[in-house]
Design a binder for this molecule. Structure first.
Ligand code: GTP
Ligand code: ZN
Length: 354
């Protein structure tokens, strides 16, 4: 008899997972949802509360590929409370949807989040809007089976006609996904987004650094993301603080706010540098040094433009963030070297083009 516990249903449990559990869980196991992963440690949540667990030796052995290991949003079978009070994850239940990035080379696929109902692709209508990049995100969402929404942020910084023009561009490209717009400053549009979040459904926000995801999520939670205390299965184990990544909102909808989003953002770092930051790349040839990073070098034309007020400081800060991500993201050393070379070439070719 599949277990259709209603309190578990509030966390996204459904007949699909119940059937998976029937096939893969032992009689003494219980099912729980992964709210965060920190190396070998997982924080799990089910109708009994939050508790910590580790992957069992069996699972570690059988799940060699990174994508076969539990990630945030996954449902797992767990044997609760051994002598140490922690859970031991026995099996990963098959995913209904997934959000993953295809890493180049041998690394294979990297999971960002699992069992997400709706992925909200966020772009700022101020500097960040880029149709090509939007399409790349939408392709990835579609491949993983989740429903896409598009969210344009920072509407307070542009005239309404600009936003209308961007929406027209989106529709002109044949994209039918819902488009929402909001400002975290004036709060225009936030109520509408909140009304669209359905209890028991899981939402994940993705988009470049600096578009306002954290500000928005903190607003939805109602306070700044708190570090959450978790306890062992018996309630007595070591208390540890970990950052929860899957968060249940007051209305029962769940949002995933995870470092993976930043990795996802990496995908478009190069595109963002070439697209959204063309103005900064256009200044670069005027810098004194060929290899100027526009951080602190003397004779830097970009820094000069920021000081002179002809280049927006926030826009410049976002450029630095993206440049840093492009170089130092969570990549394998080989990938990192490749990215750095690609970034160098991009900057060089941008210089040559002028
Ligand atoms: N004017 C304006 N500024 C905003 C808005 N939303 C966020 N910001 C500002 O934009 C900057 C970046 O916002 P974040 O919420 O940190 O952006 P993020 O997408 O979470 O970026 P990462 O944490 O790097 O992934 C901050 O300085 C915010 O105060 C908005 O709607 N309007
Ligand atoms: Zn410079």
């Amino acid at each position: 008899m599949p277990d259709l516990n209603p309190d578990r249903a509030a966390l996204g449990w459904n007949p699909w997972f119940a059937e998976q559990a029937r096939l893969h869980c032992g009689p003494a196991d219980t099912a729980a949802r992964v709210t965060s992963v920190d190396r070998g440690w997982l924080v799990l949540l089910n109708e009994t509360g939050v508790f910590r667990a580790q992957l069992s030796g069996n699972l570690l052995h059988s799940a060699r590929a990174a994508a076969a290991r539990p990630c945030v949003g996954d449902w797992v079978c767990v044997a609760r409370a051994g002598a140490d009070g922690f859970g031991s994850v026995q099996a990963l239940l098959e995913r209904q949807t997934s959000l993953r990035r295809k890493a180049a080379g041998a690394v294979g696929e990297q999971m960002i989040a699992a069992n997400v109902d709706c992925v909200i692709v966020v772009q700022s209508c101020h500097y960040d809007f880029n149709l090509k990049r939007l399409e790349r995100y939408l392709t990835m969402v579609a491949e993983g089976g989740a429903t896409p929404w598009i969210l344009l942020t920072k509407t307070d910084l542009v005239a309404p006609e600009i936003v209308e023009g961007q929406i027209a561009e989106i529709r002109g490209a044949g994209i039918a996904a819902p488009v929402l717009r909001l400002s975290n400053v004036t709060h225009e549009g936030i109520d509408e987004l909140q009304r669209m979040l359905v209890p028991g459904q899981t939402y994940c926000f993705v988009g470049s650094s600096g578009v306002g995801k954290s500000t928005l999520i903190n607003g939805l939670i109602g306070h700044a993301q708190q570090e959450t205390k978790t306890v062992s299965g018996s309630g007595e184990g070591r208390h540890t603080t970990v950052r929860r990544e899957l968060i249940v909102l007051a209305n029962g909808a769940m949002v995933i706010d995870n470092p993976g989003m930043r990795e996802f953002g990496l995908l478009d770092a190069e595109a963002g540098l070439a697209g959204g930051f063309a103005d900064i790349l256009a200044l670069a040839p005027q810098c004194k040094f060929n290899n100027c990073t526009h951080v602190s070098e003397p004779g830097c034309a970009v820094l000069a433009a920021v000081s002179a007020g002809t280049l927006d400081r926030g826009h410049y800060d976002n450029f630095l963030k993206l440049a840093r991500e492009a170089k130092l993201g969570a990549l394998s050393p080989a990938e990192k070297r490749k990215k750095e070379r690609a970034f160098g070439r991009l900057v060089k070719s941008a210089k040559k083009d002028r």
